[in-house]
Design a protein around this ligand. Structure first.
Ligand code: GRG
Length: 336
């Protein structure tokens, strides 16, 4: 079942692959092999670029100031929203919706809303009262440019705008699907979501004895919850059954944790320049991380195991799962 990251490297699979798509025929595993095989035949780089360009345009069109009184807050919101993240959450939403025959047009407001929630969480995460960082997405953080007061309010406004945007702009599907999406989106921000995960993360800093269970709880909510919301809402918009949505949720929980394991590894191994955010912060802040508990090598294996399990959850969807499988590979092979 386990296929270590080192083995992938030895096969020459990961080397030089910016988007992490293994060349055809490199994987020889059983179990998730069908899903992996479909990912190999699929042009992930082209897929991601198409989704990224579409997302950038949709984000750009989503926020503008209607009167001079809102110019400052909209400027601050747009600054962070358009700062050029990887746009993984919109991509996951589009990939999930397309797996069930849905369209990007219908899912677009949700993809925008999810990226707004993510951007809000980054603005707040960077504040002095939280992770206190002055560099994000290769640029000064929001509060460095606009001050703590405006940054807090820009995050708050971004959060409420995300829900408003979905409610007002989602067309062409029954209202109950939109309501379900809004319920998914709101849940992932609350106590069993970003806010709850962040609180336990902050309160665990510098504490001895934080173990794997606590770490997993933190990242299930702080990181995986929004990825879960992205995949689940894309599936819901396309009319997936409850059982199908459950498979997607299993996939998303696995890649969500894998995303964080990869993030912890990158924090230790990548440069600030490559990351676009300050490297080495976990050590500075005495955070418990996967490499701290497991070591780098085992952390890489765990990330790969989680991705394998994520793909297994989608095995019944065959080739239609190729984009989600490819994105799972990308999540642990990314360089920033
Ligand atoms: C204010 C209600 C409320 C909630 C916010 C601040 C906070 C609570 C939560 C922090 C959530 C957080 C920042 C989690 C880290 C997730 C993570 C790994 C972010 C990096 O995501 P990438 O790599 O970033 O996708 P880009 O820049 O590419 O979009």
């Amino acid at each position: 079942m386990m296929f270590s990251f080192r083995a992938l490297l030895l096969c020459g699979v990961a080397v030089g692959l910016q988007f992490g798509v293994p060349p055809q025929g490199q994987h020889q595993r059983s179990g998730a092999s069908k899903a992996v095989a479909s990912a190999t035949a699929f042009d992930l780089a082209a897929y991601m670029e198409e989704k990224r360009v579409y997302t950038e345009a949709a984000l750009d069109a989503s926020l503008s100031s209607d009167c001079t009184e809102t110019d400052l807050i909209i400027e601050s919101m747009r600054y962070s929203l358009m700062a050029g993240g990887k746009r993984v959450r919109p991509m996951l939403c589009f990939a999930a919706t397309e797996m069930f025959g849905g369209s990007m047009e219908v899912a677009s407001p949700t993809a925008v809303g999810l990226e707004m929630i993510h951007t809000m969480s980054l603005i707040h995460d960077d504040l002095p009262a939280m992770d206190n960082d002055d560099f994000r997405r290769g640029k000064p953080t929001n509060h460095v440019l606009y001050g703590d007061d405006v940054a807090i309010l820009a995050g708050d406004a971004m959060l409420s705008t995300s829900f408003e945007y979905v409610a007002k702009n989602t067309k062409g599907v029954p209202a109950e699907r939109v309501l379900k999406v809004l319920s998914i989106m709101t849940e992932c921000v609350g106590p069993l979501g970003l806010a709850g995960g962040q609180v336990l993360d902050l309160k665990s800093e510098g504490k001895a004895g934080v173990g794997l269970d606590t770490l997993q709880w933190i990242h299930t909510y702080k990181t995986a919850a929004l990825l879960k919301a992205a995949v689940a809402s894309g599936a819901v918009l396309a009319g997936a059954t409850d059982a199908e949505v459950e498979k997607c949720i299993t996939y998303a929980q696995k890649i969500g944790l894998a995303f964080q394991v990869a993030d912890d590894i990158l924090d230790l191994t990548a440069s600030t320049e490559d990351l676009g955010k300050t490297a080495g912060k976990d050590l500075d802040q005495d955070k418990t991380t996967y490499p701290k508990l497991l070591g780098l090598e085992r952390s890489r294996e765990v990330a790969q195991e989680l991705v394998d399990e994520a793909k297994e959850a989608l095995s019944e969807f065959g080739d239609r799962a190729a984009p989600l499988n490819g994105l799972a590979d990308y999540i642990i092979q990314r360089k920033n």
